[in-house]
Design a protein around this ligand. Structure first.
Ligand code: 5GP
Ligand code: ZN
Length: 114
């Protein structure tokens, strides 16, 4: 998608602080962190949101979560605790329509959001 911010981050056309990349996903630090650690983990292929998921995406979605586990350990927040969030559409506050998993941690959080 040519007008998608996260597609441009994945291709390197928009700069970001990347923390992980493999054939399926890319992870980078959120521009406006809501916690001491705030990383976005995104599929390398464009998917608008959870609403656009297909059954064949199941391994990809699993990989988003195992990447989150790996990055939480690397960031030193696995034991203290962390929160994973996927916002979908307006009521949840989704602002970027390229599916992304928020990894938040590093300080105690309030419910329901960090
Ligand atoms: P959403 O509200 O869609 O769940 O989350 C979008 C997230 O993307 C927000 O936390 C916002 O700070 C982050 N974001 C928006 N634009 C950029 C950008 O250009 N670079 C980075 N690194 N994060 C961004
Ligand atoms: Zn995209």
């Amino acid at each position: 998608m040519t007008d998608c911010i996260f597609c441009k981050i994945i291709t390197g056309d928009i700069p970001s602080t990347n923390v992980f990349r493999d054939e399926l996903v890319t992870a980078f630090r959120d521009l406006h962190p809501a916690a001491p650690t705030h990383i976005l983990i995104v599929p390398n292929k464009h998917i608008d949101s959870i609403n656009a998921l297909e059954n064949r995406d199941e391994p990809l979605i699993g990989h988003l979560f195992t990447t989150a586990r790996q990055l939480a350990a690397r960031e030193g927040i696995a034991e203290g605790g962390f929160r994973l969030i996927i916002n979908t559409n307006a009521d949840a506050g989704q602002t970027v329509f390229h599916l992304h998993l928020h990894l938040l941690g590093g300080a105690p959080m309030k419910h329901p959001m960090g």
